[in-house]
Write a protein that binds this ligand. Structure first.
Ligand SMILES: Cc1ncc(COP(=O)(O)O)c(C=O)c1O
Length: 401
């Protein structure tokens, strides 16, 4: 049986939501648990499955589809740039690369006005950490418990639990200590004059849509300023409008030295960015960083189109409004509370979140889970409206607590 047919059979005949068994007919590396939906196409916040189901998507391709699927402005930018010049190396200057960097810096509005383009969240974090070591000459990183920063050597080393679970490299490339995510009074014990940088997600994604919050971020910032450590906000998941502000830094009013952005930045086209403060940027030397695909014209054209669309369609205001509506209407059925910010929300569940997720999927609503077994994670597109939320709350009301 073809792989796609197996998925289809599972979707039709089974109530299971995850497929973890090894699939001997596939040529793909069997490293992902998968949901029993084979997506044929997408439109706005809707997924159309090959078996004919129409599924309301609160998962957004894991926080990537900020504009939803097939947005006409995104498509137009992609097509225009592909026809004009699909790729060119950073060794050749291009207006679109420069213009997109200026657009991203202006969108952030934080004075982090220098942009380095790369391709993925982990790669952005890898470069941020490397710069911190180079610029400070120090040896240690502080990260937060339950934080997630990616699968590469440095990003994995600062990811909570990675060394025990999946890291794979023989050892972490530098010293890391993990501070509790909710104790501003404790940060002084972790950050000292050997600390090159502190890396933190202002709203933790994999950690359960957990809002680290202003007091904690402010305490980290103050301690970094005292000790000369650099503060890195990993906004790969919570940035690019997901909180209802451009970045978590804007949302909380705390400005770091570096921000990493990815996921919704490209709305599905691979692109990430490292935004640098003037203090960091002025110390850069040629060859400190490099990339082949980063800053490719198509990536830059889509990033520019994403920002244009967020602004021209007032999507930040929509995220704020509809997020408040979710908080007001979705504490129902098995949901006992809501945490997180904007469209990175965690619904606290009285039953295991995976069971609630399965029950929702049976009602054609796709949601995410997280490392917290009692948090159902919502990462919808910024175009989601209150009518869509009504469908979620109606479905939740029909699931037992
Ligand atoms: C906060 C955060 N940082 C980094 C990453 C890694 O991004 P990528 O998978 O693009 O390397 C992720 C991925 O989920 C993430 O959520």
């Amino acid at each position: 049986m073809e792989y796609s047919d197996r998925l289809l059979a599972m979707a039709t005949h089974s109530k299971a939501t995850t497929l973890t068994a090894q699939n001997t007919t596939s040529h793909l590396a069997q490293v992902f648990a998968q949901y029993p939906i084979e997506v044929a196409h997408g439109e706005g916040v809707w997924l159309h499955a090959r078996d004919g189901r129409k599924i309301l998507d609160f998962y957004g391709g894991h926080a990537v589809a900020g504009l939803g699927y097939g947005h006409p402005r995104w498509l137009a930018a992609l097509e225009r740039q592909a026809r004009q010049m699909a790729f060119q190396t950073n060794a050749l200057p291009m207006v679109i690369r420069e213009r997109a960097a200026a657009r991203l810096a202006k969108f952030a509005g934080l004075g982090l006005n220098t942009v380095f383009w790369i391709n993925s969240g982990a790669e952005a974090n890898e470069n941020a950490l490397k710069l911190a070591f180079k610029l400070t000459g120090r040896s240690k990183i502080v990260a937060l418990e339950q934080g997630w920063h990616g699968r590469t050597a440095a990003a994995g080393a600062v990811t909570w639990g990675a060394l025990e679970k999946w890291y794979g490299f023989p050892r972490a490339p530098f010293d890391v200590s993990f501070a509790p995510r909710d104790n501003p009074a404790a940060v002084g014990q972790f950050i000292d004059r050997d600390t090159a940088a502190v890396i933190v997600e202002p709203v933790q994604g994999v950690g359960g849509a957990f809002d680290v919050g202003k007091p904690m971020l402010q305490a980290l910032k103050e301690r970094c300023d005292e000790t000369g450590a650099l503060l890195i906000f990993d906004e790969v998941q919570c940035g690019m409008g997901r909180t209802g502000a451009p970045f978590g830094a804007n949302y909380y009013g705390v400005t770091p030295d570096m921000i990493t952005a990815a996921k919704a930045l490209g709305n599905g086209f691979p692109v990430s960015a490292l935004l640098l403060s003037g203090g960091v940027a002025e110390k850069l030397k040629y060859d400190d960083m490099g990339t082949t695909f980063g800053g490719g014209p198509m990536a830059c054209a889509v990033a520019e189109a994403v920002i244009d669309t967020i602004e021209s369609e007032s999507l930040l205001a929509n995220v704020r409004q509809v997020s408040a509506y979710i908080r007001g209407s979705c504490v129902i059925g098995p949901v006992t509370g809501v945490q997180g910010a904007g469209f990175l929300l965690g619904l606290k569940t009285s039953r295991p979140a995976k069971e609630v997720q399965a029950a929702l999927l049976a009602k054609n609503i796709l949601t995410g889970t997280s490392a917290d077994p009692n948090i159902l994670r919502l990462l919808p597109a910024y175009i989601l409206n209150e009518g869509h939320v009504d469908q979620l709350s109606d479905a939740l009301a029909r699931i037992s607590a």
